[in-house]
Design a binder for this molecule. Sequence first.
Ligand SMILES: Cc1cc2nc3c(=O)[nH]c(=O)nc-3n(C[C@H](O)[C@H](O)[C@H](O)COP(=O)(O)OP(=O)(O)OC[C@H]3O[C@@H](n4cnc5c(N)ncnc54)[C@H](O)[C@@H]3O)c2cc1C
Length: 478
Amino acid sequence: MIDAVVIGSGPNGLVAAVELARAGASVQVLEARDEIGGGIRTAALTLPGFAHDVCSGCHPMGVLSPAFQSMPLGEHGLRWVHPAASVAHPLDGEPAVLLRRSLVDTASELGPDARAWATLFAPFVDDYELLADLLGPLRIPRHPIRMARFGLPGLLPATTFSRARFRGARARALLAGCAAHSILPLERPLTAAVGMIFALTGHMTDWPVAAGGSQAIGDALASYLRSLGGTIETGRCVRSLADLPPARVVLFDTSPAQLADVAAPILPAGYVRRLRRYRYGPGAFKLDWALDGPIPWRDPRCLEASTVHLGGTLDEIAAGEGAVWRGAHPERPFVLVVQQSQFDATRAPAGKHTGYAYCHVPAGSTVDQTDAIERQLERFAPGFRDRILARHPTTTADLERDNPNYVGGAITGGVADLFQFFTRPVARLDPYSTPNPRVFLCSASTPPGGGVHGMCGWFAARSALRSLSRLPAAPSPL
Ligand SMILES: Cc1cc2nc3c(=O)[nH]c(=O)nc-3n(C[C@H](O)[C@H](O)[C@H](O)COP(=O)(O)OP(=O)(O)OC[C@H]3O[C@@H](n4cnc5c(N)ncnc54)[C@H](O)[C@@H]3O)c2cc1C
């Protein structure tokens, strides 16, 4: 009997497996697809020679993650490629705003808000312990005063916070673009914190891409896991307990819905009901392009950034994200663009480029957003459409078919609002555990939530190891 089975080989599943194997446990990962990685896969979606990140494209949380930093992933082939700027935020009729690592350089973009921006972030730019506290479950922080200083304003809605803190449109827009990663209406509490965290990571690192594609992150984790004796089986979809090999504990790198479906016979009915009430939130519509050249931004400095936020002002971004939340498709959606090939020449043939963009849409949306996204590109990069050699759209249904964790096309493991941020998947002291001491959830539907950082898997593995130390060596089958 092996010690632990992990269902799913996304970044959290692989990190959980590594953490268990490092502690001496025997581990097997079962992955439904024929390839590993979940949200960190790279594939030829358009033309031969073009490598596209299927899901995640840019990795500020990855490079800063205490879990990844504790692993020799460089020795297993992972290389981060850093751009000159993390984010470019183009605006109509004026130069784009650039989020750079240097506070001084970023502040110099922000006119009347230069000092306010610098004062806001200066106390935290070297505070890796604060970041580690933010990338974990709800617990007593190591530095409560620093956490309160950062977290209390963060409880505000991004709209209220930005209007109170900044006088000009440029700083407000930059923060709004970062806050929109929350996939919540920007009038909701806690969205200021999301904006501040994403902006802060831009001052702690330059949002990097993975050389060769995001797949390199999964490949490095898998290689490290195998070097520790762990095994991975692909093409193994777990639909019921009967699909599991005998194991002392099982960790689900899945949605709470799948945990409920598979493990219902060994979980209390009340807990299963709570898992089924979990909220997933809006989805995403994604476009990948093979391009004849770089994106022809009106402000060419946008080419310095790995990520470009398209949506104009705070008011416009807030209106768009609010509409999506209410079930509508805004005419001008907030669009996230990643320009991997600008920094990593392996992604496209010489002189050509890949393009990657998505916008938020209502859960389960069947509306084709190709035109809406490309209109936003044309708005800030006139002539963009002339550069398109091929395009590959991904709908919410495609996302969920590809990976059942993306329920309704939701890409970050579920709504991270004030309630569900701290209590994902349900309110428990140890959110990774379940009432069954042999069953754990380790996916992005646990704290700290979506993103490629592996921290959910890291904490879930620790919870499972505590349980393993108390369980008999060969308990009865699950
Ligand atoms: C379009 C898009 C863009 C994104 N952009 C970014 C970004 O730029 N930066 C960032 O940090 N994050 C980004 N994300 C989010 C990030 O990809 C996810 O938060 C992250 O991958 C979650 O990791 P995970 O391990 O929890 O689950 P996943 O990565 O979803 O992996 C789960 C794995 O489990 C497998 N699985 C599921 N059910 C079963 C089963 N029953 N049996 C066996 N295997 C199963 C799946 O096939 C999958 O391989 C993006 C996501 C999407 C979709």
